[in-house]
Design a protein around this ligand. Sequence first.
Ligand code: UTP
Length: 294
Amino acid sequence: MGKRVRTAVIPAAGLGTRFLPATKSQPKEMLTVVDRPAIQWVVEEAVAAGIDDVLIITSPTKKGVEDHFDRMAELETLLEAKGKVEMLASVRRITDMATFHFTRQGAPLGLGHAVSMAARHVRDEPFAVLLPDELLPDGGATLRRMIDECEASGSSVISLFEVDGPEISNYGCAGFSSRDGDVVEIDRIVEKPRFEEAPSNLKVTGRYVFTPEIFAKLAVTEPGQAGEIQLTDAMAMLIGDPGLRGLVIKDAGYDAGQKLDWLRANIELSLDDPVAGTEVAEMLAGIMKSRGLA
Ligand code: UTP
């Protein structure tokens, strides 16, 4: 039995241009989804999957992310003095749920470069990578399966999702040589292929479990599109040795870095909220009715 996956790496040093002007001075990872920043949903997912160590890759404009996972003694003392027990617990839980580490990327040289920043921290262990703008609120089930698959097989495992037609040209795409249920053995991976040349209809989504070999591959990855070090290029070098598998997921969750999908996340997840759900449903029904939409 190999080493266990203990660490989640969360690359949060991107520019967030798709969500301007909201992200002009505010990190997109800190945009609220229901009642907490998007990145907290992602950390909670990792913790639910059994991870207790989190490394967040940040940039100078992301100080709010670091502060969110740090203790805020003054606030805690105030809530304690006022007897706001539940609020205090919800604030403390943020810092208690894992051990947090932060490192700066220096310059936004691409997702592959951001992941390579984790090498000194993770060293020779397998680890998870979660993109913080993709929300997968499934109680950590998908990530846990990916971790189990990696630990059992010694292959890196990435999440894949079926898309329709030419849409595949917007994403990383994985072709495969064999399939066993929802697990595929990847034999090709390309970034944003032309539709006619795409090896499959499976797009790469934002959950990855890597064996530490990825760091050696990233170290020799040449800058690609727009001068960025592409994670996809390094992943391609894992194929065959020690292996790259895909878990085909049925629900890709939400892209909270994109305006419409962020709104969908807020609507659906607040409807799912055990406390506020009914009120939100009534509010939405009222809005639809008053506009003659329902
Ligand atoms: P995206 O390209 O989706 O994020 O990168 P972005 O650059 O922040 O957003 P847009 O496209 O301009 O709106 C995917 C993930 O990789 C991280 C981002 O923070 C995001 O979580 N990333 C990307 C880095 O950490 N560093 C980089 O150099 C690039």
